[in-house]
Ligand binder design. Structure first.
Ligand code: CS2
Length: 484
């Protein structure tokens, strides 16, 4: 076994290294949620900006849950490897902007002190959809969300994302420190606006003056991030070691494609991301909707059908011609719900997505994408389905996707093998389905009653709900694909 990656000396020539002086970096960004998605886009784009134009924008990261990533990053002085895979091979880039990693539950006071440090000018997030505590029905806080409830009861000792942001901003205001810019990078439509609403909702409940200050002085830029990033495996670590000559337990693997679009509204400066290929715009929502509906909507469709059909990876699902064609139909249907997106031809975009999904070098598990369906369905499938029906358009592929999610929610695959439904509402779903006969009509009727998930316009549409029930029936009774 090689030595651990700790510095940049003596690395194998196959690795691309940071092209700037790391010792000049200072923590200007605090990032919450240093998972693989963050390590595949935010840190590499910041690395590229530093290489292009210099500067001192370093990043501290904090995990709000598990300690492993932070421990591995600290053991490597923040360095880690990004493997970029396609069918022509794998390349390795060592990424340099991370300075230090914290684990919030271990030392919440330390995270609060980092949030109030004037040197921190951006607090960015990739914490997944479920961490926001969003009530999709109202767009405000879900008061039953465990973090939201705990943080409202104990605002000075938060544990959740919104609680930390509000307490951090409150402390800065009290000390006369300029606010940081919160920067959401999660797959939510208008993620900055969503976060703003949640922060204002929380602040309004604990301190109306603070709410007013945040409303007038804190920008919440929205962003759209796109890079397919499978969870790391032993193969990731082995290839990172082979290509860098160092053991790296924080390595990640990803595809060549990468896209980041950011609204250019910052309170206190930002890295020169625009010099590193990031698109800085005034308004991100058209890009975000395109990505959520065309990429993520088709991804979820393939993940549910694929998983219950016994396909381990998205690339395997794409080998099934019928399912690949269905994904394309779903993308076309989604494209019809979109306004024009500046600079993007949606036909080409869909072609590119199909090729990215089929990338043989990317082992992206259907089970990984199937996770957290109740948090993903609304923006990926249910909102565009509602809009399509309102316009009198076809919504058949949406019915297939919803039926596939419902079939998946039953918790056993076609061979009768049980699996864990990884979803914050898994218990509620299991209770709801406990005594329901296993047929499409009964199961769909039960799941349509899950509070807050399905828009009324959809559940009121008898033709569409019957379509879902029929498709689900085929998936349950015949237990075979394809169903279209
Ligand atoms: C995926 C996304 O896991 C999922 O739900 O659909 O993580 C997807 O890979 C990314 O959004 C691609 O940018």
């Amino acid at each position: 076994m090689s030595d651990r990656l700790k510095d940049l000396s003596g690395l194998a020539p196959t690795a691309k290294l940071p092209a700037y002086d790391r010792s000049k970096l200072k923590a200007g960004i605090l990032h919450l949620g240093p998972g693989a998605f963050f390590r595949a886009h935010f840190a590499p784009f910041t690395d590229a900006a530093l290489a292009a134009t210099g500067g001192d924008w370093g990043i501290e990261v904090a995990s709000l849950r598990t300690p492993d990533v932070a421990a591995n990053l600290n053991a490597q002085n923040g360095l880690y490897t990004v493997l970029i895979r396609d069918t022509s091979g794998t390349t390795a880039e060592v990424i340099g902007p991370i300075l230090k990693a914290h684990v919030a539950p271990r030392d919440p006071a330390l995270l609060l002190s980092r949030l109030e440090d004037p040197a921190i000018r951006i607090v960015s997030l990739t914490v997944t959809e479920k961490a926001y505590g969003l009530d999709v029905r109202t767009g405000g806080l879900d008061l039953a969300h465990p973090d939201v409830a705990a943080d409202l009861a104990n605002r000075h000792a938060p544990r959740g994302v919104v609680g930390y942001l509000v307490e951090g901003l409150a402390r800065r205001r009290a000390k006369g420190v300029a606010p940081f810019t919160p920067l959401s990078c999660d797959n939510l439509p208008s993620n900055g606006a969503v976060l703003k609403r949640l922060v204002l909702d929380f602040a309004g409940r604990v301190d109306p003056e603070l709410r007013a200050w945040i409303e007038t002085s804190v920008p919440f830029p929205s962003t759209m991030v796109d890079r397919i990033t499978p969870a790391s495996t032993d193969a990731t670590y082995a290839d990172a070691e082979r290509l860098t000559g160092r053991q790296d337990l924080a390595a990640i693997e990803t595809e060549p494609f990468t896209q980041w679009v950011i609204e250019d509204h910052f309170a206190n400066g930002r890295p020169n991301w625009d010099k590193a290929g990031v698109l800085m715009v005034d308004e991100v929502s058209a890009y975000e909707k395109m990505k959520l509906r065309m990429l993520n909507g088709a991804h979820s469709l393939l993940a549910y059908l694929g998983y219950i059909g016994g396909y381990e990876y998205i690339r395997d699902v794409m080998d099934d011609e019928g399912l690949a064609a269905l994904a394309r139909r779903q993308m076309n249907a989604a494209a019809k719900t979109l306004d024009p997106v500046p600079g993007i031809n949606l036909e080409h975009y869909a072609d590119e997505l199909i090729a990215r999904f089929a990338n043989k070098a990317i082992a992206h598990r259907t089970y990984q994408i199937a996770m957290d369906g109740t948090q993903k369905l609304p923006q990926r499938l249910l909102e565009p389905a509602t809009e399509a029906l309102a316009r009198g358009s076809q919504a058949e592929t949406y019915a297939i996707a919803v039926a596939a999610w419902m079939r998946y929610a039953l918790g056993t695959d076609r061979n009768g093998k049980a699996y864990e439904l990884r979803d914050p509402r898994a218990e509620e779903i299991a209770t709801l389905l406990a005594d329901v006969p296993r047929n499409g009509g009964a199961v769909s009727a039960a799941l349509f009653t899950l509070p807050g998930l399905f828009p009324k316009a959809l559940t009121d549409n008898a033709v569409w709900t019957e379509d879902v029930a029929n498709k689900l029936d085929i998936l349950i009774q015949d237990n075979k694909l394809p169903l279209f």
